[in-house]
Design a protein around this ligand. Structure first.
Ligand SMILES: NC(=O)c1ccc[n+]([C@@H]2O[C@H](COP(=O)([O-])OP(=O)(O)OC[C@H]3O[C@@H](n4cnc5c(N)ncnc54)[C@H](OP(=O)(O)O)[C@@H]3O)[C@@H](O)[C@H]2O)c1
Length: 274
């Protein structure tokens, strides 16, 4: 079976660079879809309380019967649960839905700057880490100023920042910030939910390698060092996305895809999402 490269986080934890995301996977379908992903070889799952499918992820893990330390599980704190005590309670509830004793990575889903609660929330994350209930802690959709704020409060540096990132949204500033501060970058909507797959630059490279456009875009992410977890409910795509590990792009191809950037978001702007 293909080996998945790992990224070593700033706390020493190793995370598989390619995983499987379950945003917009119907809760009723989640167990089956995740079981398929585990059969294909994925060993990193990315869910969130707000996806409503933590139970399905947990059920698939149980059914697969893999040793717990062979699957990296991430979940996220929803915005309404920010604050010290509410974070601790929300974490317990997520673990219960997942049917797990610990997660590998817990993320603040959005900074929600207007609420101004992410500093207290992050203190609760430090507690969860110190208590060994999560192996690693990180953030999602944080801007440079939010990361600076955690640092200025003397708090732990997040191990990851999970941000929208794909060929149409390069995120050079946050990638450089991550490189400078040893914060790994996780790319959400790595395929731009399919919107980059018809781009002629991508389809040309795909025909040159005799692979599909999704594999080219994922190979681009992997070449840049991004951690990715494409979502699909389609068994053929679940398998072909995993096989992107076997695709190696030339430096010129990586550059050509990077040049597609147009600072185009699919999802909300973190500055305004409260
Ligand atoms: N932190 C955050 O705020 C945040 C936000 C969004 C997403 N995420 C995470 O990132 C993960 C991935 O992002 P995403 O689900 O938004 O988008 P994505 O992975 O970029 O794209 C998923 C879409 O592309 C289709 N697709 C998948 N593989 C394909 C392929 N090889 N060829 C053609 N189409 C393909 C899927 O269709 P089918 O399913 O019909 O096959 C689905 O419609 C999520 O599942 C979630 O874990 C995090």
């Amino acid at each position: 079976m293909t080996t998945v490269p790992t990224v070593t986080l700033n706390d020493g934890v190793e995370i598989p660079q390619l995983g499987f995301g379950v945003f917009q996977v119907d809760p009723a379908e989640t167990q089956q879809v995740v079981e398929t992903a585990l059969e294909v070889g994925y060993r990193h799952l990315d869910t969130a309380k707000i996806y409503g499918n933590e139970e399905g992820v947990g059920a698939a893990l149980k059914a697969a019967g893999l040793p717990r330390d062979e699957v990296f599980v991430t979940t996220k704190l929803w915005n309404a649960d920010q604050g010290y005590d509410s974070t601790l309670a929300a974490f317990d509830a997520s673990l219960q839905r997942l049917g797990l004793d610990t997660v590998d990575l817990y993320l603040i889903h959005w900074p929600t700057p207007e609420k101004d609660l992410y500093v207290d929330t992050w203190r609760a994350f430090e507690t969860l880490l110190a208590d060994g209930r999560t192996r690693s802690i990180g953030v999602s959709n944080f801007r440079a100023q939010d990361l600076d704020r955690l640092a200025s409060e003397g708090l732990a540096t997040p191990s990851v920042n999970q941000i929208e990132l794909h060929p149409y949204l390069a995120q050079d500033t946050l990638r450089a910030y991550g490189a400078e501060h040893d914060i790994a970058i996780e790319a959400w909507s790595p395929l731009a939910q399919g919107k980059v797959l018809d781009d002629p630059v991508v389809t040309d490279i795909a025909s040159r390698h005799d692979v599909d456009p999704g594999q080219v875009v994922l190979a681009w992410h992997l070449a840049l060092g991004n951690i990715v977890f494409p979502k699909s409910v389609t068994p053929e795509r679940i398998a072909s996305n995993f096989a992107s590990l076997d695709v190696t792009l030339g430096a010129d191809e990586v550059e050509a895809i990077s040049a597609l950037n147009r600072d185009d978001r699919i999802g909300p702007d973190p500055a305004a999402f409260n």
